[in-house]
Design a protein around this ligand. Sequence first.
Ligand code: SF4
Length: 322
Amino acid sequence: MQPSGEAHIGNYLGALRRWVEMQRTYECVFCIVDDHAVTAGGDPKELPAHVVDLAVSFLAVGLDPERSIIFVQSDVAEHTELAWLFNSVTPVGELERMTQFKDKARRFESVPAGILNYPVLQAADILLYRADAVPVGEDQRQHLELTREIARKWNATYGAYFPEPEALVGNEGRILGLDGEAKMSKSLGNTVPITAPPDDVWARVRTAVTDPQRVRRDDPGRPEVCNVHTLHKYFSAPAVVDDVAHRCRGALRGCVECKRILADSISATFAPMRERASELRAHPERVRGVLEDGAARAREVARETMKVVRERMGLDWRAAAR
Ligand code: SF4
């Protein structure tokens, strides 16, 4: 996950809660991808704090450093080294065909090469650990297919070594932000940080867009088209969700009150995580310890992989001078 500060409820619904579950059945590697973040051209002064904030979120939601490897990408230089080597088997045409590249490229007059090569670094992030499976959203499926292709091409050229990882696609679909239109994202300001205090949760949720046809309090509403109702399904008890729909259709409750109930449900869901996060913030040395230990464990695997990769690609000149 890219570090853009603490995680928000869209990150939680779309990824983090699944990752917590996956720890039961998989050996997991969770990486905060700051090398990727620099391609977005953010403020370098803010990036370190964003990394730590995301690490706090990871630990607060229940990613467990005893079970999983949790680390920061730039601490393991093998990621960028492997990406460079994968460039030699990656066709430029494939990179230019990526939907996300086309979307991002539109924003630049002169497109930085890092935007084009982004999926090559992703392939390195995955294959460095010879991962069998990757949890992805629907929008990342194309990049994972490219990772599989890079693994195939590399294996065909240098001998079988990398697995072709499977996509574990979640069934959440696209989680819309409070504007009811765009995907939840911090940069669009249409979401809620997972550890926001209740007042802040309410301040954000009260701006949520509702059924546009419900103009007056006594207009019957359509919960099936209202994103507030969808969010209730994630955070409120099933009986509350049914009640919300019933009262909406019958104009028995106003939208402000309905959003207030949603804000309370969100605050209650994240209360234990809010507590864990504030404890971690009071002890930054614990977060640092987790990330440093994670990087050491990640490096061990990464070095093993790179030893094989260098040998197979002829980057072991000492072999000829022995
Ligand atoms: Fe949406 Fe609730 Fe208003 Fe119905 S009452 S339109 S579900 S916010």
